[in-house]
Design a protein around this ligand. Structure first.
Ligand code: SF4
Ligand code: SF4
Length: 622
């Protein structure tokens, strides 16, 4: 396993894997996470190696409790890491700020991955650097896999030395970039600690607050002084035009300057909070023009402008006036900005490049993202639409089922954040007479939906129909376990927490149906539609990818289905309304033929149930 290779070796790692290696070299003993792309490979890797290296790892039920568990470990003297995607940080934020005040004993690293461009089906392009500023916490930002390893180690060092939790921020391109990484020494993890009582430190209430706040500010000042030149670097060059860059933008600008044969001075920012005033002053004091390159918000640019007023008021500072505030950067975006500040026309013909790309794209059939063949959610969407029709308000949430937004279902009228489907539907129900159906995934149920469902019951609302899509795992991010799965992140068996027991305790009307059984689903939905108040349907069916993987491992043949040409009336329901990607139609000898691609079919049997002509059969049973 590359990640556990010995010191001195050079191995190829993903940025996220390099973070894991850096944490291992720092002797991390406790890791907690809620999975979320683009950070998912961090917990996946820890889950694989935790027992082997002797550290504790858990998938927590949400990011807030993951953070709190890591705090418990760090307060007891065990180095801890917690990882999440950008929105996960919003969930954890409530606890992070008080812990910044209280501080830590052992190192505590909060890894957060931002997602400019929203590749991970993100709901917004959040820039988490502002959390560091608001919480008065340090934040380091690597640019490549080697730095992912090194910065993780440095983050533990800073955190422990200054007794302060620290952010390690990446963006998608850094987390998912692949590069050669030189490994350092692995450290035996310490997993045992002791919580020593210290009321002056851990009570974040008056009369301590001002003292804790002042102490936090002092720590930040000291970190700025000590690491301002260690984590930020100046690359000397020629001329009075300088570049300031951080994160992946630094890698892009290096490449662009090489392409263009330019060698201006560059300041690379690795410590994005606190940014060193001294470092920035040193860099800008003799420059005429500076271009600040950073994805998303003008976080560094605004700081540089502030410093420039005193240090070099005549300097011209460019940034978001030339570069977009949204989306990811690339050479095509950066080079025109460089052309402007260097007042040169470069011979790179992006127009031609674009035309070539477009001509290739023209020959690729456009494909929207779709639910997998045999996905239990497709079957549930189909049944819900049959019973509730197209005019019902369908409340969406975060998970694979977000794909229900597309044709033919169009059953996510809004998607906001985890748990928001029920919360918003409740508000709609209070002020309107419209019918609402709120979809909730099983992992989302444990993560953030329980309070929203309780709120419906508590406030005696007409309530939406809540459909819990229970496919037994956190499927979207790679089949990680949740409290209902029956196993932990370290692979140990545990008693699964039953969703139905929680719903029963809340006191909702409930039905449980097999997601792959249309008759059961439709009967349950029809019954629930007639009832007033809070109603819940648990549609339970294992993610088909998991089922087929288990079949393969056990040597069980995956059932396959086929369409009987004689019986098929070409009504198109199986394609137009159900849309399993394994069902195809083609024209042969001027005749339209419907058939099932046997390589894609996962044998869920639902197409057989929805075909009005009984034209679809299991191949084995015929
Ligand atoms: S639903 Fe049945 S009858 Fe209609 S096109 Fe598909 S296979 Fe043929
Ligand atoms: S059985 Fe039918 S619905 Fe299920 S995967 Fe195969 S073709 Fe698709």
């Amino acid at each position: 396993m590359d990640i556990l290779e010995e010191s001195g070796k050079k191995v190829v790692l993903l940025g996220n894997e390099a973070i894991v290696r850096g944490a291992l070299e720092a002797g991390v003993g406790f890791v907690a996470a809620y999975p979320g792309t683009p950070s998912s490979e961090i917990p996946i890797t820890f889950s694989r190696i935790a027992k082997k290296v002797g550290l504790y790892f858990e998938y927590s039920s949400n990011e807030k409790v993951a953070f709190e568990a890591a705090v418990g470990a760090a307060w007891s003297g065990v180095r801890a890491l917690v990882s999440q995607k950008q929105f996960g940080l919003n969930v954890a934020a409530d606890s992070i700020m008080p812990v910044a005040y209280a501080g830590v004993r052992a190192g505590l690293v909060i890894m957060v991955a931002d997602d400019p461009q929203g590749w991970s089906s993100a709901q917004s392009e959040q820039d988490t650097r502002f959390y560091a500023k608001m919480f008065r916490m340090p934040m380091v930002e690597p640019s490549n896999p080697q730095e992912c390893l090194e910065y993780t180690k440095i983050a533990f060092e800073i955190s422990e030395k200054y007794q302060i939790p620290i952010f390690l921020r990446t963006t998608t391109k850094v987390s998912h970039s692949i590069g050669t990484v030189k490994l350092g020494e692995l450290k035996k993890p310490n997993t045992k600690g002791k919580f020593v009582k210290d009321p002056d430190r851990f009570y974040n209430i008056q009369p301590h607050l001002q003292f804790l706040h002042d102490r936090l500010d002092k720590k930040i000042e000291e970190i700025e002084k000590e690491y301002g030149y260690k984590l930020n670097k100046i690359f000397l060059g020629e001329g009075k035009i300088g570049i300031i860059a951080s994160g992946v933008s630094f890698e892009y600008v290096k490449e662009a300057l090489q392409e263009l044969g330019l060698n201006p001075p560059i300041a690379k920012i690795g410590l994005v909070h606190p940014i060193s005033k001294e470092f920035i002053s040193d860099f800008i004091k003799d420059k005429d023009i500076v271009l600040v390159l950073e994805e998303l918000e003008p976080f560094i640019e605004e700081f540089v402008k502030q410093i420039a007023k005193d240090v070099n008021p005549k300097i011209i500072i460019h940034g978001k006036d030339m570069l977009p505030r949204s989306g990811e950067y690339n050479l095509e975006i950066i080079i025109p900005a460089l052309e402007k500040i260097f007042n040169k026309k470069f011979i790179i013909d992006f127009k031609n490049h674009k035309e070539i790309v477009n001509s290739i794209l023209k020959n690729i059939p456009p494909r929207k993202p779709v639910l997998c063949p045999g996905c239990p959610h497709r079957s549930t969407f189909y049944a819900v639409k049959k019973v509730y029709g197209k005019d019902t308000i369908y409340a969406g949430d975060i998970g694979c089922y977000v794909l229900g937004i597309y044709e033919p279902f169009n059953m996510q009228d809004y998607v906001i954040s985890m748990g928001a489907s029920v919360g918003i539907a409740h508000g709609i129900n209070i002020v309107s007479d419209q019918e609402t159906v709120a979809f909730v995934g099983d992992s989302t149920f444990f993560h953030a939906s329980i309070p929203a469902i309780i709120n419906c019951k508590f406030n005696n609302s007409k309530a939406p129909l809540v459909v819990i899509l229970d496919n037994t795992v956190t499927a979207m991010t790679g089949h990680q376990p949740h409290p209902g799965s029956g196993f932990t992140g370290m692979g140990d068996k545990v008693e699964p927490i039953k969703i139905e027991e929680i719903i029963k305790a809340i006191g909702a009307e409930m039905r449980i149906a097999n997601s792959f059984n249309q008759k059961q689903l439709i009967q349950a939905l029809q019954e629930l539609r007639k009832i007033d108040g809070l109603r819940v349907l648990i549609s339970r069916g294992e993610c088909r990818l998991l089922t087929t993987r288990k079949f393969r491992e056990k040597g069980i043949e995956i059932p396959k289905f086929q369409i009987d040409k004689e019986k098929c009336t070409k009504c198109d329901i199986c394609i137009r309304d159900f849309a399993c990607p394994a069902i195809m139609k083609t024209i042969k000898n001027e005749e339209t033929i419907y058939y099932i691609d046997l390589d894609m079919c996962t044998g869920c049997s639902v197409c057989m149930q929805i075909c009005p002509e009984g034209a679809i059969h299991s191949i084995k049973k015929r």
